[in-house]
Structures are given as C-alpha cells and as structure tokens.
Ligand binder design. Structure first.
Ligand code: UDP
Length: 315
C-alpha cells in the first residue's frame, strides 16, 4: 500500500516539529514547510536524512505547490507567543488569513484532509469558565492580542467555509497552553521565562499580581490528542489541553521549587488584555477521541527544566 503523505505547515516550530515526529513514527511521509521566522531548523535536524522527511523553506502566505499525492495538511504556521505576535503583527494576521486560504486551496486541490491549529485565544478573556467549544468568546479585536485572536477566528471561519462550500474534510483543534522541550527560551512565555530566570538566579517576572490562571499541557499529551483528532470524524472545533489549572504566582513558585532556585518573585505590570482565567473543558475530547492528558505538571516540568538546562549549557 502507498505510504500516506502529510504536509505540516510550521513544521519547524515547537508543536509542528513534534507533530512531524509523531507522523513519521506512524509511518507517514512528511513534507515540512516553514519560513523559519519563529521556527528553527534545530527542531527538525534529526529528521534530515530520513527518507520519509522533506523540508521546504517557504512562506505559506504565497502560493503553495507540493508535487504528488497529499493525504493530510496540518496548518501550524503562525507566531504563537504574545511577544512574538506583538513583534510580528502583520505576519501573524497574514499567516492566519492568507496562509490559511492558501493551505485550504492546497487541501482542495489534493483532496486532502485539513487540520487547523487554532487556539484558546479565540475565547479571549473568557466570561465562561472553564471554556467549552460552544462558547463564542470575548475578544478585543483592536487590542494587542487582536492580531492573533482575530486571525485564528478568521482561520476557523475560512476552514468551516471550505468544509461547507467545497466539501473539504476539515478538523479544528483549539490548543491551550502547552509546554515541553523545543519551546524557545526567549519567546516571552511564562514557562521559558520562569525557568531561565530560576536557573540563573534572577528575579521571576510575574505579570500583575499573578492571580491570573492558566492550565498547562505537556507536549506529548497535546500531540497525541491532535493525532487522534486528525484520524477521527469530528468536524467541529475540539479543545485539547490539560484542565489542571494554576495561578501564575503558584506556577512561578512551583518552578522555583523544582529548580532548587533562590530566585524571588518580582511583580511587574500586567500586559493589556491578558486573560484572567483559562481552563479547557475537555468533555468533548474525552467523549469523541477517548483522550485525556496523562503527564502531570511535575513530571512534564522536570523534563522541560532538564531540556532548558542543556540549552543554557548548565549540565
Ligand atoms: N507571564 C508572567 N511573566 C512572564 C511571562 C508571562 O507572569 O515573564 C504571565 C502572562 O501575563 C500570562 C501567563 O503568564 O498571564 C501566561 O503567559 P504566556 O505568555 O505563557 O501565555 P498566554 O497564556 O498569555 O498566551
């Protein structure tokens, strides 16, 4: 039987590269497309030389051509941390809108199944807690996060339009905060910031009073959920994340404890429109995919801390 082929857009990024690994492990060919703005070849270096893997340096906001049969297209291309999309607002809007359109065009051409990486940011600063997929969200379109939130909301709308109008098979995953090896040390997110600060004995920069909450999912759990969604019949958006919720202040304290650090907390200004709470309702993923996260925060954080120690040449 012919080996199936998946195209992973944004495949050199944190999540994209783990997805490439998962697909290759499951005996698919992978064409990884990335323009390396926030992605890094280091994340996929181990795949070069593998006959199932191919890398193409391309900006998917321009016409995409992939020769041969394509069975799956997974669109993970976008700056995805608040610092990244504040630095790259136009690229973020373009890849979510024009890039999604081009990726869907390729899916239509190849009669491939399309999976969109969406985000919990579509819920904005949520007024319903935890967030179920039916919630429409509370997003400020003109705030600093609007470039990401609205691009992803548009991407979801475009994906549903291709499903309904062109009959393309589509899947939408709403990804909640995820962490693990290959996260960039300097992407400005809480976890890499806290771990690198704790490891170097600097103050931990807690934004606001740290009472805002997040729910962190370890990367292998997330990738497993996405792979199950890809192969499932679920056409409507599906939350994938870990419902174990924690305040950012407690999270900073956990990182200090796990790194045996002497760092102290330093409270700095809260960024505009920073969501006050976030926790996925994963009833649907449990029901339709038989999925739930397995890796505890303690186990996942230890693995991630070891990874950052190596990155910082501390081991
Ligand atoms: N945060 C923080 N210190 C930092 C970076 C982030 O206190 O150095 C806070 C941020 O304000 C947010 C939470 O940690 O409330 C998670 O931020 P992150 O950038 O990881 O992702 P977000 O969930 O906001 O997209």
């Amino acid at each position: 039987m012919r080996r199936k082929t998946a195209v992973v857009m944004g495949g050199a990024g944190f999540l994209g590269s783990h997805l490439c690994d998962k697909l290759i492990e499951n005996d698919l060919n992978v064409v990884c497309i990335d323009n390396l703005i926030t992605g890094n070849l280091k994340n996929i270096e181990h795949l070069f030389g593998n006959e199932k893997f191919k890398f193409v340096n391309h900006d998917i906001t321009n016409f995409i051509h992939v020769p041969g049969d394509v069975d799956y297209i997974l669109h993970f291309a976008s700056p995805a941390s608040p610092i990244d999309y504040l630095k790259l607002p136009i690229q973020t809007l373009k890849v979510g809108s024009l890039g999604t359109h081009k990726a869907l065009g390729l899916a239509k051409e190849k009669k491939a199944r399309f999976l969109l990486a969406s985000t919990s940011e579509v819920y904005g600063d949520p007024e319903i807690h935890p967030q179920p997929e039916e919630y429409w969200g509370n997003v400020n379109p003109v705030g600093p996060r609007g470039v990401y939130d609205e691009a992803k909301r548009f991407a979801e709308a475009m994906t549903m339009a291709y499903q309904r109008y062109h009959g393309i098979e589509t899947r939408i995953v709403r990804i909640f905060n995820t962490y693990g090896p290959r996260m960039r040390l300097n992407d400005g997110r809480a976890l890499p910031a806290f771990v690198s600060q704790a490891l170097s004995g600097q103050d931990i920069t807690v934004f606001g009073d740290g009472s805002q909450t997040r729910s962190f999912c370890y990367v292998s759990d997330l990738i497993d959920g996405i792979y199950r969604l890809l192969l499932s019949d679920e056409k409507e958006p599906t939350n994938i994340g870990n419902p174990s919720e924690i305040t950012i202040k407690e999270f900073a304290e956990e990182v200090i404890a796990l790194t045996d650090s002497t760092s102290k907390l330093s409270f700095v200004e809260l960024p505009e429109d920073d969501p006050k709470v976030r926790q996925p309702n994963i009833d649907k993923a449990r029901r339709t995919l038989g999925w739930e996260p397995k890796v505890s925060r303690e186990v996942g954080l230890k693995i991630t801390i070891d990874y950052f120690k190596k990155e910082l040449n501390l081991t």
